[in-house]
Design a protein around this ligand. Structure first.
Ligand SMILES: *[C@@H]1O[C@H](CO)[C@@H](O)[C@H](O)[C@H]1NC(C)=O
Ligand SMILES: *[C@@H]1O[C@H](CO)[C@@H](O)[C@H](O)[C@H]1NC(C)=O
Length: 135
């Protein structure tokens, strides 16, 4: 992990490190979602709503796509295209998570809390820091 961080541009503040961290965690979540649909079911609803193997793999696929985009943005934090795509990954994730709360397939407890916090705080962070990084 710290090895990975030494390759980052060294003057850019904490956001790129956060993006690397979330990217690595997202990639691991993606792997877990591929391995077992129970993981996805636990994540969303503490196991209350079953997830099919297909929906687990779909979740894993879009999570991995997010991980790739976040990693790209971490290493190109001053590039507006990379920055905005990473910002969108959080916006889309947050919309999806809040949507599942509304549809009733997610519950506001257990493992579902952390992705909700990560998506909303990262979105707020990237929106407020956008001008500073892209200046
Ligand atoms: C993105 O970051 C990589 C690694 O630092 C660098 O080689 C590449 O030139 C950057 N791309 C852009 C478009 O800035
Ligand atoms: C999951 O969402 C669907 C709507 O997409 C709803 O019909 C269903 O009742 C929900 N399942 C649970 C267990 O809440």
């Amino acid at each position: 992990m710290s090895q990975l961080l030494t390759y980052l541009p060294q003057f850019e503040g904490v956001l790129p490190k956060w993006l690397v961290f979330v990217s690595v965690v997202s990639a691991l979540n993606s792997l877990q979602a591929y391995i077992s649909p129970a993981y996805t079911s636990q994540l969303y609803s503490n196991g209350q709503v079953p997830a099919s193997p297909l929906s687990g793999r779909v979740f894993g696929t879009w999570t991995f796509l997010s991980a790739v985009i976040r990693m790209t943005a971490a290493y190109n934090i001053t590039n507006p295209v990379a920055y905005d795509l990473a910002l969108w990954t959080y916006g889309i994730a947050l919309t999806h998570f809040v949507g599942e709360l509304v549809f009733g397939n997610a519950t506001l407890k257990g493992r579902f809390i952390s992705p909700l916090i990560v998506a909303s705080s990262s979105l707020a962070w990237m929106l407020t820091q956008r001008e500073a990084y892209l200046a």
